[in-house]
Ligand binder design. Structure first.
Ligand code: HEM
Ligand code: ISQ
Length: 154
């Protein structure tokens, strides 16, 4: 699918707004993932031994940040190049990490849903269908690149 300048701008703008609230946002992101799919909780090293989602865990924050940031970067690439280009080393690493942790394809839909819900709750009345479409497309393309790499890895 083609990605427009408008879509890229929507993703960037909403990410800039979200960034101001990283601690809360990252906890909410993980909480939503675990609500949708409790079975993935033990996959995360910093969640497996806790009943609650730790509110102030630096690793948790860093992880949640990366997913948002990578999705945001894939939006930029989609617009500039028409496809998501993850550097080879990063992509191989992404594939390896996720295979090793036991991630399977359907989990990507869970993370997508959680990402969109986190954006919606974080942005309130600034959230709209156009933004949802732009983030969805950017995420789907990034997820496809990671899933393909996971297949190559197995
Ligand atoms: C680790 C990004 C999808 C579960 C990571 C890391 C990154 C990342 C960057 C490595 C962090 C590091 O070692 O520095 C992404 C992106 C995704 C995605 C961009 C989608 C586009 C998923 C899905 C799952 C998942 C669908 C399944 C629930 C994990 C787990 C780890 C991980 C369990 C290891 C965490 C730990 O260190 O304990 N992911 N991920 N990821 N990801 Fe993902
Ligand atoms: C997937 N991979 C790494 C970190 C994450 C944080 C929240 C939700 C999904 C994730």
């Amino acid at each position: 699918a083609t990605f427009t300048e408008k879509q890229e701008a929507l993703v960037k703008e909403s990410w800039e707004l979200m960034k101001q609230n990283i601690p809360e946002l990252s906890v909410r992101f993980f909480t939503t993932v675990i609500e949708i799919a409790p079975q993935v909780k033990p996959m995360f090293s910093f969640l497996k031994d806790t009943d609650e989602i730790p509110q102030n865990n630096p690793k948790l924050k860093a992880h949640a940040m990366k997913v948002f940031k990578m999705t945001c970067e894939s939006a930029v690439q989609l617009r500039e190049k028409g496809e998501v280009v993850v550097p080879d080393s990063t992509l191989a690493y992404m594939g390896a990490v996720h295979v090793k942790k036991g991630v399977i394809d359907p989990h990507f839909e869970v993370v997508k849903e959680a990402l969109l819900r986190t954006l919606e709750s974080g942005l309130g009345d600034k959230w709209n269908e156009e933004m949802k479409g732009a983030w969805s497309e950017a995420y789907d393309q990034l997820a496809t690149a990671i899933k393909d790499e996971m297949k190559a890895e197995r």
